[in-house]
Design a protein around this ligand. Structure first.
Ligand code: HEC
Length: 174
Protein backbone atom coordinates (compact mmCIF):
# COMPACT_ATOMS: atom_id res chain seq x y z
CA UNK A 1 0.00 0.00 0.00
CA UNK A 2 2.77 2.40 0.99
CA UNK A 3 4.59 1.52 -2.19
CA UNK A 4 1.59 2.38 -4.31
CA UNK A 5 1.20 5.67 -2.49
CA UNK A 6 4.87 6.48 -2.99
CA UNK A 7 4.85 5.82 -6.71
CA UNK A 8 1.68 7.88 -7.01
CA UNK A 9 3.43 10.78 -5.28
CA UNK A 10 6.48 10.36 -7.52
CA UNK A 11 4.22 10.40 -10.53
CA UNK A 12 2.65 13.65 -9.31
CA UNK A 13 5.96 15.38 -8.68
CA UNK A 14 7.34 14.31 -12.07
CA UNK A 15 4.26 15.87 -13.68
CA UNK A 16 4.83 19.02 -11.69
CA UNK A 17 8.45 19.29 -12.85
CA UNK A 18 7.45 18.65 -16.45
CA UNK A 19 4.91 21.44 -16.19
CA UNK A 20 7.39 23.90 -14.73
CA UNK A 21 9.96 22.94 -17.35
CA UNK A 22 7.59 23.46 -20.27
CA UNK A 23 6.45 26.82 -18.88
CA UNK A 24 10.04 28.04 -18.62
CA UNK A 25 10.80 26.70 -22.09
CA UNK A 26 7.77 28.46 -23.58
CA UNK A 27 8.56 31.72 -21.83
CA UNK A 28 12.16 31.80 -23.06
CA UNK A 29 11.34 30.91 -26.68
CA UNK A 30 8.60 33.51 -26.86
CA UNK A 31 10.77 36.25 -25.38
CA UNK A 32 13.73 35.25 -27.58
CA UNK A 33 11.57 35.40 -30.68
CA UNK A 34 10.38 38.82 -29.61
CA UNK A 35 13.90 40.14 -29.11
CA UNK A 36 14.98 38.84 -32.54
CA UNK A 37 12.17 40.70 -34.27
CA UNK A 38 13.01 43.78 -32.27
CA UNK A 39 16.65 43.66 -33.42
CA UNK A 40 15.76 43.29 -37.09
CA UNK A 41 13.15 46.02 -36.97
CA UNK A 42 15.66 48.30 -35.35
CA UNK A 43 18.51 47.59 -37.76
CA UNK A 44 16.38 48.47 -40.75
CA UNK A 45 15.86 51.99 -39.56
CA UNK A 46 18.59 52.84 -37.12
CA UNK A 47 21.77 52.78 -39.22
CA UNK A 48 21.58 55.51 -41.84
CA UNK A 49 24.76 55.64 -43.86
CA UNK A 50 26.82 58.79 -43.79
CA UNK A 51 26.45 60.66 -47.05
CA UNK A 52 29.51 61.10 -49.23
CA UNK A 53 30.41 63.01 -52.34
CA UNK A 54 31.48 61.26 -55.52
CA UNK A 55 33.84 63.26 -57.71
CA UNK A 56 34.63 61.54 -61.01
CA UNK A 57 35.65 58.00 -60.09
CA UNK A 58 36.54 58.83 -56.51
CA UNK A 59 35.21 59.72 -53.07
CA UNK A 60 37.87 62.23 -52.02
CA UNK A 61 36.89 62.75 -48.37
CA UNK A 62 37.18 60.17 -45.59
CA UNK A 63 33.77 58.85 -44.48
CA UNK A 64 32.58 60.85 -41.52
CA UNK A 65 36.03 62.47 -41.32
CA UNK A 66 37.45 59.26 -39.79
CA UNK A 67 41.18 58.76 -39.71
CA UNK A 68 42.23 55.32 -40.92
CA UNK A 69 44.85 53.14 -39.27
CA UNK A 70 46.80 51.02 -41.78
CA UNK A 71 47.56 48.19 -39.35
CA UNK A 72 43.89 47.70 -38.56
CA UNK A 73 43.06 47.81 -42.26
CA UNK A 74 45.63 45.12 -42.97
CA UNK A 75 44.08 42.94 -40.31
CA UNK A 76 40.58 43.43 -41.70
CA UNK A 77 41.75 42.42 -45.15
CA UNK A 78 43.82 39.48 -44.02
CA UNK A 79 41.31 37.99 -41.64
CA UNK A 80 37.84 38.80 -42.83
CA UNK A 81 36.32 35.48 -43.77
CA UNK A 82 35.41 35.05 -47.41
CA UNK A 83 36.01 38.63 -48.36
CA UNK A 84 38.88 40.40 -50.15
CA UNK A 85 41.15 37.37 -50.41
CA UNK A 86 38.41 35.40 -52.15
CA UNK A 87 39.22 37.51 -55.19
CA UNK A 88 42.43 39.44 -54.55
CA UNK A 89 46.01 38.48 -53.87
CA UNK A 90 47.38 40.66 -51.06
CA UNK A 91 51.04 41.01 -50.12
CA UNK A 92 51.90 38.93 -47.08
CA UNK A 93 48.74 36.83 -47.15
CA UNK A 94 49.67 33.19 -46.75
CA UNK A 95 46.31 31.49 -47.22
CA UNK A 96 44.58 30.50 -50.41
CA UNK A 97 43.59 33.42 -52.60
CA UNK A 98 41.32 33.81 -55.57
CA UNK A 99 42.25 35.65 -58.74
CA UNK A 100 38.91 37.08 -59.82
CA UNK A 101 40.11 40.57 -58.96
CA UNK A 102 43.40 42.37 -59.70
CA UNK A 103 46.45 42.00 -57.46
CA UNK A 104 46.31 44.63 -54.76
CA UNK A 105 50.07 44.92 -54.63
CA UNK A 106 51.07 48.43 -55.68
CA UNK A 107 47.46 49.65 -55.71
CA UNK A 108 48.54 52.72 -53.70
CA UNK A 109 50.65 53.80 -56.67
CA UNK A 110 48.01 53.11 -59.30
CA UNK A 111 45.08 54.73 -57.52
CA UNK A 112 44.52 57.71 -55.21
CA UNK A 113 42.96 57.23 -51.78
CA UNK A 114 39.69 58.67 -53.15
CA UNK A 115 39.65 56.19 -56.03
CA UNK A 116 40.31 53.30 -53.67
CA UNK A 117 37.59 54.55 -51.29
CA UNK A 118 34.96 54.60 -54.03
CA UNK A 119 35.87 51.08 -55.17
CA UNK A 120 35.37 49.73 -51.67
CA UNK A 121 32.25 51.75 -50.93
CA UNK A 122 30.50 50.70 -54.10
CA UNK A 123 32.37 49.35 -57.11
CA UNK A 124 29.13 49.02 -59.04
CA UNK A 125 29.08 52.81 -59.46
CA UNK A 126 31.94 52.26 -61.95
CA UNK A 127 31.05 48.87 -63.30
CA UNK A 128 27.42 47.85 -62.98
CA UNK A 129 28.38 44.24 -63.72
CA UNK A 130 31.12 44.02 -61.09
CA UNK A 131 31.30 40.97 -58.88
CA UNK A 132 33.00 42.94 -56.12
CA UNK A 133 30.65 43.45 -53.17
CA UNK A 134 29.65 47.00 -52.22
CA UNK A 135 30.99 47.38 -48.71
CA UNK A 136 29.12 50.55 -47.85
CA UNK A 137 25.69 50.13 -49.31
CA UNK A 138 22.37 48.98 -47.90
CA UNK A 139 19.87 49.72 -50.65
CA UNK A 140 19.18 47.62 -53.72
CA UNK A 141 20.75 44.45 -52.33
CA UNK A 142 19.14 41.05 -52.74
CA UNK A 143 18.74 38.11 -50.38
CA UNK A 144 19.90 39.94 -47.28
CA UNK A 145 19.09 38.16 -44.03
CA UNK A 146 16.59 40.36 -42.16
CA UNK A 147 18.98 40.71 -39.25
CA UNK A 148 21.63 42.32 -41.48
CA UNK A 149 19.31 44.62 -43.41
CA UNK A 150 20.36 48.23 -43.12
CA UNK A 151 23.86 47.30 -41.94
CA UNK A 152 26.72 47.79 -44.43
CA UNK A 153 29.43 45.09 -44.75
CA UNK A 154 31.92 47.50 -43.22
CA UNK A 155 31.38 50.58 -41.11
CA UNK A 156 32.97 53.99 -41.80
CA UNK A 157 35.99 53.32 -39.60
CA UNK A 158 36.69 49.93 -41.18
CA UNK A 159 36.47 51.44 -44.68
CA UNK A 160 38.96 54.17 -43.72
CA UNK A 161 41.31 51.63 -42.11
CA UNK A 162 41.26 49.51 -45.27
CA UNK A 163 41.74 52.57 -47.54
CA UNK A 164 44.71 53.72 -45.47
CA UNK A 165 46.30 50.28 -45.66
CA UNK A 166 45.79 50.00 -49.43
CA UNK A 167 47.23 53.48 -50.01
CA UNK A 168 50.38 52.25 -48.24
CA UNK A 169 50.82 49.44 -50.79
CA UNK A 170 53.16 51.27 -53.14
CA UNK A 171 54.76 49.80 -56.23
CA UNK A 172 58.22 48.59 -55.31
CA UNK A 173 61.03 49.65 -57.61
CA UNK A 174 62.53 46.71 -59.38
C1 HEC B 1 33.89 38.59 -55.32
C2 HEC B 1 35.17 39.12 -55.67
C3 HEC B 1 35.72 40.32 -54.95
C4 HEC B 1 35.81 40.55 -53.61
C5 HEC B 1 35.28 39.69 -52.47
C6 HEC B 1 36.52 41.80 -53.45
N1 HEC B 1 36.85 42.31 -54.68
FE1 HEC B 1 37.90 44.00 -55.04
N2 HEC B 1 37.66 43.75 -57.05
C7 HEC B 1 37.09 42.65 -57.65
C8 HEC B 1 37.15 42.82 -59.11
C9 HEC B 1 36.62 41.82 -60.13
C10 HEC B 1 37.80 44.06 -59.35
C11 HEC B 1 38.11 44.68 -60.72
C12 HEC B 1 37.19 45.83 -61.03
C13 HEC B 1 35.77 45.37 -61.27
O1 HEC B 1 35.55 44.37 -61.98
O2 HEC B 1 34.87 46.02 -60.74
C14 HEC B 1 38.10 44.60 -58.03
C15 HEC B 1 38.75 45.81 -57.85
C16 HEC B 1 39.24 46.25 -56.63
C17 HEC B 1 40.08 47.43 -56.45
C18 HEC B 1 40.62 48.29 -57.56
C19 HEC B 1 41.95 47.67 -57.92
C20 HEC B 1 42.60 48.21 -59.16
O3 HEC B 1 43.81 47.98 -59.30
O4 HEC B 1 41.92 48.82 -59.97
C21 HEC B 1 40.35 47.53 -55.12
C22 HEC B 1 41.18 48.59 -54.43
C23 HEC B 1 39.67 46.43 -54.46
N3 HEC B 1 38.99 45.67 -55.40
C24 HEC B 1 39.71 46.20 -53.10
C25 HEC B 1 38.99 45.18 -52.46
C26 HEC B 1 38.96 45.01 -51.02
C27 HEC B 1 39.73 45.86 -50.02
C28 HEC B 1 38.14 43.96 -50.78
C29 HEC B 1 37.70 43.41 -49.43
C30 HEC B 1 37.28 44.35 -48.44
C31 HEC B 1 37.66 43.45 -52.06
N4 HEC B 1 38.21 44.22 -53.05
C32 HEC B 1 36.82 42.37 -52.24
C33 HEC B 1 36.54 41.57 -57.00
C34 HEC B 1 36.39 41.43 -55.62
Amino acid sequence: MINILRSFLEFLSAGFYALVFSCVYLMTTVSCAQSVTKVSEKSEVSTPLISFEVVGDSVPNPLGGRVGVAQRGEKIIQTRDGQCTLCHAIPGFKGQVGNLGPLLEGVGTRLTSGQIRLRIINSSLLNTQTIMPSYYKVQGLENVDPKWRGIPLMNEQQIEDVVTYLVSLKETQK
